[in-house]
Design a protein around this ligand. Structure first.
Ligand SMILES: Nc1ncnc2c1ncn2[C@@H]1O[C@H](COP(=O)(O)OP(=O)(O)OP(=O)(O)O)[C@@H](O)[C@H]1O
Length: 229
């Protein structure tokens, strides 16, 4: 589903590459934790999958296509197939919970009828059936992250990318969010999650890929967080 072939990314004006000859294969339906100290290259790897940045050398494939070779007009279609969740939720503050989720369907061209049918079902999936009319700032952090996950999942993406999704949440709420990501993964969506959350990684025992100064230094099935930071 995601394949990096000797990917190097050196940002303009820097000498040390953010990613250095990274080769990794993630199969459809896998759940992968990306770990490593701050600045090790995790976000860069995620941004490459979304084609928000391009490799300096090497190839990035998503669903069999080398995405650096995609025509510019095809990039929105690629991104529509990838849901994203971030530490800071990134909800639209002027829209209700239901409108935030509906918006993701509007921009992908779904009909009002489809939206009316799908949004309540998705809010139910994330446990927010009764909060559709609330504004984001009326919700707890955990609830806001659920909305963000509903929005990321409503179009049934083939990949879900999560960059520190539990970074602003307490441990108990983080566990709930991980259960939700696990359920989404169980529907067949490939999940790649960058995290500094030792507890979560150690508890879930999924595949762990560790980066250190842009290089893959560990790639373990059912791994643990494994270092002190
Ligand atoms: N737009 C940019 N321009 C220049 N250098 C960048 C840019 N983005 C990231 N870098 C550098 O690339 C390296 C990797 O950064 P990246 O954000 O991918 O790390 P990270 O592992 O996600 O870190 P964190 O855990 O703090 O989010 C760092 O040295 C960083 O300073």
């Amino acid at each position: 589903m995601i394949r990096f072939e000797k990917v190097t990314k050196t940002y303009p004006g820097t000498s040390q590459p953010a990613l250095d000859q990274v080769s990794v294969d993630v199969e459809k339906g896998e759940f992968v934790f990306l770990v490593g100290t701050s600045g090790s290259g995790k976000s860069t790897a995620l941004r490459l999958v979304l084609r928000e940045t391009r490799p300096t050398a090497g190839r990035v494939y998503v669903a069999g296509k080398e995405i650096n070779r995609l025509a510019g007009w095809k990039v929105p279609r690629l991104r529509r197939q990838i849901g994203t969740v971030f530490q800071d939720f990134r909800l639209l503050q002027t829209k209700t919970v239901a409108e935030n989720v509906a918006f993701a369907m509007e921009v992908t061209g779904h009909s009002p009828k489809e939206i009316r049918r799908t949004v309540p079902a998705t809010l139910e999936l994330v446990g927010l059936s009764d909060k559709g009319d609330r504004m984001p700032d009326e919700l707890s952090g955990g609830e806001q992250q659920r909305v963000a996950i509903a929005r990321a999942f409503v179009n049934r993406p083939m990949i879900l990318i999560a960059d520190e999704p539990t970074g602003n949440l307490d441990p108990a709420t983080s566990v709930d969010i991980m259960k939700l990501l696990d359920r989404i993964n169980a529907t067949g969506t490939t999940v790649v999650m960058a995290t500094h959350d030792h507890g979560i990684v150690d508890q879930m025992r999924k595949r762990v890929i560790e980066l250190d100064t842009g290089r893959v230094v560990r790639d373990e099935a059912r791994g643990v967080y494994g270092f002190q930071h």
